[in-house]
Design a protein. Structure first.
Length: 103
């Protein structure tokens, strides 16, 4: 519905690879060429990302470090509900595949 009322974006960065698969599906059904017209990138580098058509570019991250950081933050919050919010950066990298235009 959003595409019916707006011009095509240059790119879509989806919250997860699964959502990005849906974006690829909708764009293909509308005849929109990826990456020629719209670049698409996901987040979490699931196994199927390399086999999407076109192969999905994604952000890969260290799942163990993510889980450890989440549990550590939760533990600290339980121990001290008044502690200030914290920011944690988890090791990550961009996995560039065919769904992103090289402009």
């Amino acid at each position: 519905a959003w595409l019916d009322e707006h011009p095509l974006p240059d790119a879509v960065f989806a919250f997860t690879d699964s959502i990005a698969f849906g974006v690829l599906h909708v764009l293909a059904a509308r005849g929109v060429r990826v990456p020629e017209q719209v670049s698409v990138i996901g987040f979490d580098d699931v196994d199927g990302a390399a086999y999407a058509i076109p192969a999905l570019s994604t952000v890969s991250f260290d799942r163990r470090a993510f889980a450890t950081a989440a549990l550590d933050l939760l533990t600290r919050r339980i121990e001290d509900r008044e502690a200030p919010p914290e920011t944690v950066v988890v090791p990550h990298r961009i996995v560039e595949r065919a769904s992103v235009a090289t402009r």
